[in-house]
Design a protein around this ligand. Sequence first.
Ligand code: 3Y8
Ligand code: NAP
Length: 248
Amino acid sequence: MRVLLLGGTTEATALAHAFAAAGIDAIFSYAGRTENPVAQPLPTRLGGYGGINGLADYVIDAKITHVVDATHPFATQISRNAVEACAMTQTPLIAHERSEWLAQPGDNWQHVPDTQTAVAALPANPARIFLAIGKQTLPAFAAQPQHFYLLRLVDAPDAALPVPNAEVILDRGPFTVESDIALMRAHAITHIVAKNSGGIGALAKLEAARCLHLPVILIARPAIPDRPIVRSIPAVMEWLGHSARLGV
Ligand code: 3Y8
Ligand code: NAP
């Protein structure tokens, strides 16, 4: 058995530790999107594969027998590619997907389908927005220059920011409720924009928003093609164990 673990999430890191502890022959895969990704206890491959065919070629050349997609729910391209490449190479694929966050009593969430609608949902009058959605979708917010933006990024921006009135915080998470409450208070935040990422690594800001009675504009997950999904690390281990028992 040789597993390709498509990572980049808190759960992928936990899976890597479980694979290493179980002595499973596995390769951890990062897109190479950040400057200093968290070190993994597995041999790690950095960078894209060159689309579906590149991934299929890698699966064959590296003699991969199983693919585990533990990428982020908003990382739709790699997940689509994994579905196609595993079908082409007849390689078993499982996705570890986090459940969506569900509003709790006291939450003030406005659900929007995508980034553009999130921009349109911002108030007309100048406000103070905590944009905790990374940097890939920042340009869309140029349409609303009147606000102050608090941007939390993993790495320092490599180009001018698309919004004139912004402050950058560099942090990679996972985050805590206490630190997110302090951050929002210190910057007199009035609104939060977030992705419905699920999981625990990004949840703190929503819990902080509940404590501070702040509105959240929550961006829904994009669609990903059907594939087998599990919601827990033991379920991934069982899937692999099952396949190993059958000698797949
Ligand atoms: C490169 C690997 C771990 C994994 C940690 C999780 C938790 C912290 C929360 C906020 C939200 C955001 C962002 C976020 C979180 C975890 C997890 C998660 C959100 C790293 C990582 C990589 C990335 C890529 C990065 C994106 C960006 C998104 C920041 C490592 C730290 C906003 C998503 O600068 C860039 O280009 C960053 C790009 C994709 C989204 C975007 O559009 O900008 N993640 N994040 C992975 C790779 O190269 O393959 O550097 O160590 C991983 C983690 N990010 O093991 O501890 O599991 O969700 N990541 C979002 O959820 O909204 C931050 O600030 O509150
Ligand atoms: P994406 O849009 O789905 O993928 C874009 C391209 O990046 C893919 O087609 C692939 O390139 C490459 N890629 C993505 N993930 C990869 C991986 N784990 N290993 C190797 N190549 C990968 O992905 P994204 O949204 O940019 O996310 C990139 C990484 O950040 C992923 O690992 C994801 O788990 C992590 N992450 C993303 C978010 C988010 O909000 N999007 C949040 C937290 C963590 P090729 O086509 O060339 O193969």
